[in-house]
Design a protein around this ligand. Structure first.
Ligand SMILES: Nc1ncnc2c1ncn2[C@@H]1O[C@H](COP(=O)(O)OP(=O)(O)OP(=O)(O)O)[C@@H](O)[C@H]1O
Ligand SMILES: [Mg+2]
Length: 396
């Protein structure tokens, strides 16, 4: 058995050995950091389905900022995130800058006066805006003192969700103020469309989420087969192995442009390889294993978020080999087309299905059809009506 270390990173949030297909987004962001305040890409909102690579893109943007010696605060949009950002900024950045100031002051050459402001204490009611304002002030002073390029702050927020819309609004208000004041600040946020769309659609009078609406929108989608191939081949070569060309072709096709599959197929094909070449049989086993893993890691949780009726609709779709005719699905479910239309709309909002041509829908996630066929479609042939008269899938 060959013991070369497996280079792939098939787990959510884990930075892949080679990040493919995202260089334009990263370059645009880098440019915005370099060009100074006011650049549109400095506030970026990334959306995309599960496993498409939102978190690892945020990680890459953080690296971009760190390469420029920027400060980075990385948060997840769970309740309390605004205060967590405030506390991190206070402890790490303001604390550090105050210390630096003190050191610098004691080394200050005669005649050089630093003009620092007072206000050493962190009151419990200090707001995020207070802390960031102090940070920006101290950092600006230091940059001037050292004659260096302005050191900015990047805040990333992952798993943006409408359930914390109040905090998103608070956060947005602070950022909008600072951006207006030409502060050296950048924000990159990410979430699945179903969780982000309600924030963008908010109809509140003064709509304080305008900062989200105005943000640079990055809708992450599938990557090209060429990129998939790069993502599969480079890490293997760097690990001292290679792909048999036919095996590689099969692996690329199995990924369907879906980044998570690059890591899963790569990891398992590499694992099953007998020698230094990944042959067709290793790739075949790897692909099958990758599909099962994808089911556990992506399909199962995605389905768990849906209502019974929505799952029933998907199960009815899975009987087709390709795109499903919506009128036909309504018939299969024994409901009116109008009623079926409601599920269809909800499922589209949840990014589970997408319209492909007039009157047809298809699955958004790769291998969802296969997963449903294996797991619940048998039950879908025996749909039952629930107490509310709506179709139910037994066992779900
Ligand atoms: N551009 C890419 N090239 C190669 N691999 C990638 C790329 N983007 C993501 N991956 C891989 O796909 C997997 C999923 O990535 P990530 O966790 O960023 O997805 P996500 O969109 O944040 O998913 P979720 O919505 O579940 O949080 C990881 O294993 C990661 O290494
Ligand atoms: Mg993620």
């Amino acid at each position: 058995m060959n013991r070369k270390k497996n280079p792939f990173r098939a787990s959510l949030g884990a930075t892949p050995p080679v990040l493919v297909g995202r260089s334009e987004v990263i370059e645009d962001f880098a440019l915005a950091l370099d060009e100074g305040p006011g650049f549109h890409e400095r506030v970026t909102l990334v959306t995309g389905t599960r496993g498409i690579g939102k978190t690892v893109l945020l990680n890459a943007l953080e690296d971009t900022a760190e390469e420029r010696s920027w400060w980075v605060i990385s948060e997840t949009a769970t309740p309390g995130f605004v205060n967590r950002i405030r506390d991190t900024a206070y402890r790490r950045m303001v604390g550090h800058l105050r210390e630096t100031r003190q050191k610098l002051s004691s080394f200050t050459l005669a005649g050089y006066a630093l003009n620092w402001e007072d206000g050493e204490t962190h009151h419990p009611d200090t707001t995020l805006r207070d802390v960031l304002t102090e940070f920006l002030y101290l950092q600006h002073q230091l940059d001037e003192r050292l004659g260096q390029a302005p050191v900015g702050l990047l805040i990333t927020i992952d798993e943006l969700h409408y359930s914390v819309s109040d905090e998103v609004i608070d956060f947005g208000t602070v950022i909008q103020h600072l951006v207006r004041e030409n502060a050296d600040i950048a924000v990159a946020m990410a979430g699945i469309p179903a969780a982000v769309k309600p924030l963008l659609a908010s109809k509140e009078a003064q709509n304080p989420v305008t900062f989200l609406r105005r943000a640079n929108r990055v809708e992450l989608g599938a990557v090209s087969d060429e990129d998939v191939e790069t993502g599969l081949v480079k890490p293997v070569e760097a690990a001292g192995r290679s792909w048999d060309p036919q095996a590689c072709g099969a692996a690329v096709a199995a990924c369907g442009g879906y980044p998570f599959m690059i890591q899963l197929v790569g990891q398992w094909s590499f694992h099953y390889a007998q020698g230094d070449v990944i042959e067709a049989d290793a790739a075949e086993r790897g692909i099958a294993k990758a599909q099962r893993k994808l089911g556990q890691l992506v399909h199962e949780p995605a389905l768990a978020d849906l209502s019974d009726v929505d799952r029933t609709y998907l199960a009815a779709m899975a009987r087709d080999d390709g795109p499903s005719r919506t009128a036909e699905i309504a018939e299969r479910l024994s409901v009116s087309p109008q009623y079926a239309n409601q599920y269809r709309r909800r499922l589209m909002e949840a990014e589970m299905i997408l319209p492909v041509k007039t009157g047809y829908v298809d699955f958004e996630l790769p291998y969802m059809r296969d997963y449903l066929r294996e797991h619940i479609v048998n039950d879908a042939f025996s749909l039952v009506l629930g107490e509310d008269g709506q179709p139910r899938l037994p066992g779900l």
